[in-house]
Ligand binder design. Structure first.
Ligand SMILES: CC(C)(COP(=O)(O)OP(=O)(O)OC[C@H]1O[C@@H](n2cnc3c(N)ncnc32)[C@H](O)[C@@H]1OP(=O)(O)O)[C@@H](O)C(=O)NCCC(=O)NCCS
Length: 159
């Protein structure tokens, strides 16, 4: 495989969805899904999205702030959707939106939204260039610009 930059890829090509059913082993003492379990599912969903976009293995480099909005309980469903929101040279920002769902009624509610930065790695496990995001809509152009601004603050030295 070559490390030469490849053609831009549309956001739609790597959107990744996962559905998990909440069992007792996923929960905390209050019967809601353990936060660490949701984070693990988010990391997996984002990793698949990163690999689909880059065509490479990719590692988690950074996770932005996480806010758990509403719990998901035993017998309910966790829905995850990941999309590439911005690309850089070897890294990409991936947004993961997590919702709870009552499968018996179809009701859905917000659980967590977070952005993760993944770095594509080559066979020697060194960062390797990725295809840019195809800026084919105003929404994706705005997403890339917002991602660049977030990256500047993410990488800024903390004083
Ligand atoms: C992520 C990792 C590959 C970066 O390696 P590195 O030698 O620091 O590489 P570089 O300095 O060349 O940076 C590579 C890219 O990572 C980005 N990066 C590195 N640290 C980052 C951070 N804290 N936040 C966001 N991006 C980061 C750089 O900005 C650069 O992106 P760009 O090429 O798009 O500009 C390396 O730190 C690593 O392997 N970390 C452990 C990953 C891991 O174990 N994750 C959990 C399991 S998957």
């Amino acid at each position: 495989m070559t490390d030469a930059p490849r053609a831009a890829r549309p956001q739609s090509a790597s959107i990744t969805q996962m559905t998990e059913y909440v069992l007792p082993q996923h929960t905390n003492a209050l019967g809601g899904v353990f936060g660490g379990q949701i984070m693990a599912w988010m990391d997996l969903c984002a990793a698949i999205c990163a690999q689909r976009h880059s065509g490479r293995m990719a590692v988690t480099a950074y996770v932005d702030d996480l806010k758990f909005e509403q719990p998901v309980r035993v017998g309910e469903v966790v829905r995850l959707e990941a999309r590439v929101t911005a690309t850089f040279r070897t890294s990409m920002e991936i947004e993961v939106i997590v919702q709870g769902e009552d499968a018996t009624t179809g009701r859905r509610w917000p659980c967590v939204t977070a952005r993760l930065t993944f770095v594509a790695i080559d066979d020697s496990r060194h960062p390797t260039p990725i295809p840019p995001l195809l800026l084919d809509t105003e929404e994706v152009k705005a997403s890339q610009a917002a991602g660049e601004a977030r990256r500047r603050s993410r990488l800024a030295p903390h004083t």
